[in-house]
Write a protein that binds this ligand. Structure first.
Ligand SMILES: NC(=O)c1ccc[n+]([C@@H]2O[C@H](COP(=O)([O-])OP(=O)(O)OC[C@H]3O[C@@H](n4cnc5c(N)ncnc54)[C@H](OP(=O)(O)O)[C@@H]3O)[C@@H](O)[C@H]2O)c1
Length: 314
């Protein structure tokens, strides 16, 4: 089978499309024929050396091709989706073996591409939005980095929960943010949301690069700031200093522990998808052979929402 192989750490240029042996499922595994995968920041973070993974890719949508003898939930032929972040990655390939407990039945209402766009980014968005307590009707929520994979789901979810939502991103992403429901948009190239005198009840920051004192200024008296991603040095520094600020006053800052592929979250997201409350914003689709280019596009920050990889089987 064909797979995108990561022979060493580096940039997306080190990735190679190779012919590798098709895997055989163990007793508790399914063999999945991959139809679509989507890219996430984790993919280029792994490439830079955070983990040793031969075939990257966490989000998957596909069809079960074969099952090990102890597999109970799935039969060959059924369509599945899921996030393999805790199960060895490997979705940027024609086939991957996956423990059955990592997969969910794909709703018939979703295309493979839509299903592949949701698991990582939407679950990260949902857990970070709700992880410090439920969003209340009318609360002012700001999403910094709103135009990317996580942000586009966060905007729609915050709207679903009844918040007044401000999305912050670069100029070319603002119309899209309005189209998915953002009440207000801020172009970060023109305006600093921590300097404009506005205050927010919840700030979700996907690209943390400010000091905790900036966030503190932009929070309402009982506001909460959640650090989702960005430079890890800055994120960890802010978590430590944010802890001190949280202990000393009414404004809270910190991290929400991510639980990938949580069943209840995927069920909830499926319901929202089916009722039209969330749509995956898919910017571009690339074939498997063009993963290096797709990853470069994502890493350079051009993507409006998600970048999906479609896997053709001939
Ligand atoms: N905490 C968790 O549980 C968890 C779990 C998984 C992943 N993560 C992290 O979450 C992040 C993933 O984000 P993603 O997939 O949504 O990334 P993404 O698709 O690259 O989106 C990032 C967005 O931020 C924008 N941006 C860049 N600089 C900005 C600035 N200074 N101000 C405002 N917006 C800016 C980018 O647009 P432009 O480039 O056009 O500016 C882009 O639209 C990663 O850092 C990942 O490590 C966290």
């Amino acid at each position: 089978m064909k797979a995108i192989v990561c022979p060493r750490y580096g940039s997306s240029d080190v990735l190679q499309l190779k012919e590798v042996e098709k895997p055989t499922p163990k007793d508790n595994e399914t063999l999945v024929k991959v139809h679509a995968a989507s890219l996430n920041a984790a993919d280029f973070e792994i490439l830079r050396g955070t983990r040793n993974v031969r075939i990257i890719g966490s989000d998957i949508a596909g069809r079960i091709e074969a099952v090990g003898r102890n597999v109970k939930q799935f039969q060959p032929g059924v369509e599945i989706w899921g996030d393999l972040s805790l199960h060895g990655f490997g979705t940027l390939a024609e086939y991957v073996c996956v423990p059955e407990n990592a997969l969910r039945l794909k709703p018939a209402s979703m295309t493979f591409e839509e299903a592949a766009a949701i698991p990582t980014a939407a679950v990260v968005a949902l857990q970070n939005l709700c992880g410090k307590g439920p969003i209340k009707l009318g609360q002012k929520v700001l999403i910094n980095g709103a135009g990317g994979g996580v942000g586009t789901f966060a905007v729609q979810l915050a709207k679903y929960f009844g918040a007044e939502v401000t999305g912050v991103d670069s100029t070319g992403k603002l119309d899209m943010l309005r189209s998915i429901g953002a009440d207000h948009v801020i172009d970060y190239t023109q305006e600093d949301f921590t300097e404009n005198g506005q205050q927010y009840d919840l700030i979700l920051d996907v690209v943390v690069h400010r000091s905790v004192f900036d966030y503190k200024r932009a929070l309402s008296p009982k506001g909460i700031c959640v650090f989702v991603g960005g430079s890890m040095t800055r994120v960890w520094l802010n978590i430590l200093l944010g802890l001190l600020i949280s202990l000393m006053g009414s404004k809270k800052m910190g991290l929400v522990m991510w639980k990938p592929n949580k069943k209840e979250d995927l069920v909830f997201l499926q319901e929202l998808f089916e009722s039209g409350k969330i749509v995956p914003v898919i910017d571009r689709r690339y074939p498997l052979s063009e993963v290096p280019e797709a990853l470069r596009y994502l890493e350079e920050g051009h993507a409006l929402g998600k970048v999906v990889i479609t896997v053709e089987h001939h």
